[in-house]
Design a protein around this ligand. Structure first.
Ligand code: GTP
Ligand code: SPV
Ligand code: MN
Length: 587
């Protein structure tokens, strides 16, 4: 418990609003978690899985209308509309509070208010930040206990400080018409109503660690990014760190935990996972950029995860994990999803809770079904995972799903050009958010749904960070694992083989390889990507390294149109970069 006045006053205020029958403080102990699991099993909120095969694992199903983030119902409630910028939905904070309080009023009657004190980053580290989430969902409590550091130690670290983030979550009736995910960056406040889906309700994650934190980072001179962090160890035992931003369901968890192809393993290469979704980055005392993963677990996409594509993620889910919206294999009380193996269970229940027969062609797991797994389960978790000072970043990598246009990998010319490369990112949409899937949209730095302020100011912040970093700035790259052939198949094998590209990236950072200059940046010579042990021809590699000037001319038009949105808040440096690209393309 806490005696922090700012916390107690706010809890009192919220209690009066939502009117719970009981209030329970989450203390972080296993005993309390076990009690909550027992309660959730009684109501059907959780299904206990086969404890021999999956110890400590549970299955949960969300409401069928509540399976992904809702970007059209997510709002940045800055006092001035212009500060939310053209890429965010905005509501006036006064009106938003009134609307949300009207929805949440009395909604905890007959329910319990759980008070979750949590730390983003190791508890007590100077770079960590504290939040308090109020929720009426045991599922949220148990997920937060995996995804963040929860418990009494957090109250101790907070002391009587007023520097913490308020989060109110109310399930209400899971009414999708009254679902709102609202952020008040100037008040350090988040309110989420009428949802029970992870990204909308685990308020430490996208709401705090990206939307609120990106705003705080802008104010305080650091960066909160939608990035994985990995360490690449070479045969000499040297580890270089890479941070990479890909949009939702575009391969961060997979890359963060990759297992190098045998040829590289034998030489002694190894990948260490520091984080799979979010990076908080600051300039360290040595002038370099240092990154921390503020989370404590993985909220990963289940479909496609298997012993070949991502054995480390699969291993992470074998104990203490909550599965959401996957198939229930009733025969042995385990779980299944598309792409786990080629043997869908016979006696099974789909993500909606209905009897399911794979042979009828309908998917059993929701495409955005997820696992919530403790980071410490991951066989390749980095020894630096708990290090509050973070790890020094050598390279920043952007990437997305592009069937054409973007080559397998290229390097930007310098920091400002790299910010340009990040700002023009485009990717096909996925099932991680509601709405159409497979439509190409601009998603700058993979932050389109997560930037808590004006995207033009965000670009400027990136430019300014580069000025401060000077020649210690990480090198910036772009990758695309998703080029398609004429039949619609992925050309590049991806997954573990992406290691071959990471090696080129590190070699470039160390000035060890030459590259070919193109209008968009530096592209590898095919001979410099090590294809040993892979059945993949140099000709095909050359094809996916091509930069087609005609496609890029059309791309430049698209960028120009996109940039117009930002008006006077588009940094002059990015206008210069666009002009430079057009000139190099002969436009
Ligand atoms: P969020 O958790 O939503 O932020 O997603 P993420 O970026 O962590 O994506 P994740 O690693 O879970 O990958 C999502 C899907 O992308 C997986 O189901 C894979 O099928 C696919 N994927 C990941 N890496 C590759 C790759 O290298 N090549 C191909 N073709 N597909 C990939
Ligand atoms: C994403 O959509 O980028 C995720 C999952 O990582 S969620 O927590 O729903 O945002
Ligand atoms: Mn994500």
């Amino acid at each position: 418990m806490t005696s922090n006045k700012s916390v107690l006053n706010w809890i009192e205020e919220m209690k009066n609003l939502v009117n719970p029958d009981h209030v329970v403080f989450i203390d972080g102990t296993e005993e309390q978690r076990e009690q909550l699991r027992a309660q959730a099993m009684q109501t059907g909120e959780l299904i206990k899985l086969n404890q021999e095969k999956l110890p400590g694992c549970y299955l949960h199903r969300t409401a069928v209308n509540d399976v992904a983030r809702v970007e059209d119902r997510t709002f940045i409630c800055s006092r001035k509309q212009e500060n939310a910028g053209p890429t965010n939905n905005w509501k006036d904070p006064k009106e938003a509070y009134k609307m949300l309080y009207d929805i949440a009023r009395g909604s905890y009657v007959g329910r319990t208010m759980y008070v979750i004190p949590y730390s983003m980053g190791p508890v007590g580290s100077p770079f960590s930040k504290i939040g308090v989430e109020l929720t009426d969902s045991i599922y949220v409590v148990l997920n937060m206990c995996i995804m963040t550091r929860v418990g009494d130690a957090v109250w101790e670290a907070l002391g009587d400080s007023e520097d913490w983030v308020k989060g109110l979550h109310a399930k209400c009736d899971i009414d999708s018409e009254k679902r709102y995910i609202c952020h008040f960056p100037e008040d350090n406040t988040i309110i989420s109503v009428n949802s029970g889906y992870g990204g909308n309700v685990l308020l430490g994650k996208k709401c705090f660690a990206l939307r609120i934190a990106s705003y705080l980072g802008w104010q305080e001179g650091w960066m909160a990014e939608h990035m994985l962090i990995l360490g690449l160890e070479n045969p000499k035992g040297e580890v270089k760190y890479i941070a990479a931003a890909f949009p939702s369901a575009c391969g961060k968890t997979n890359l963060a935990m990759l297992i190098p192809p045998e040829h590289f393993q034998k030489q002694g290469y190894k990948v260490w996972c520091v984080g799979d979704d979010i990076a908080w980055m600051r300039i360290g005392p040595d002038g370099r950029l240092w990154a921390v993963n503020p989370e404590n677990g993985f909220f990963g996409v289940a479909p496609g995860t298997n012993a070949k594509s991502n054995p480390n993620a699969l291993a992470s889910t074998r104990q203490g994990t909550i599965f959401t919206n996957v198939v229930h294999n009733v025969a042995d009380n385990t779980v299944w999803w598309e792409g786990l193996d080629k043997n869908p269970p016979k006696n099974a229940v789909n993500w909606k809770g209905e009897p399911w027969d794979a042979s009828k062609g309908e998917k059993g797991a929701h495409p955005n079904s997820r696992f919530t797994a403790p980071a410490k389960n991951c066989p390749c978790i980095s020894p630096e995972f708990e290090n509050g000072a973070g790890v020094p970043i050598s390279a920043i990598v952007f990437g997305g799903r592009r069937a054409k246009t973007a080559p397998l990998v290229y390097q930007s010319k310098d920091w400002n050009n790299g910010v340009f490369v990040g700002s023009i990112m485009a990717s096909e949409t996925t099932a991680a958010a509601t709405g159409a899937v497979g439509v190409v949209r601009r998603d700058p730095m993979a932050m389109l749904p997560f930037c808590g302020y004006h995207m033009g100011d965000y670009f400027q912040h990136w430019i300014d960070m580069g000025k401060k970093l000077g020649d210690k700035a990480p090198k910036i790259f772009n990758v695309n694992w998703f080029r398609l052939d004429d039949e619609g198949n992925f050309i590049w094998p991806g997954f573990g083989d992406n290691m071959r590209v990471l090696n080129w990236i590190i070699d470039r950072c160390e000035g060890k390889v030459d590259a070919r200059e193109t209008p968009i940046g530096y592209v590898p010579y095919a001979k410099d990507i090590d294809l040993s042990g892979l059945d993949f021809s140099v000709e095909t590699l050359e094809k996916i390294l091509e930069v087609d000037p005609e496609l890029w001319k059309a791309e430049a038009d698209g960028i120009e149109e996109f940039y117009q949105k930002f008006g006077g808040r588009l940094p002059a440096e990015l206008k210069t970069e666009l002009a430079g690209l057009k000139e190099r393309l002969g436009k």
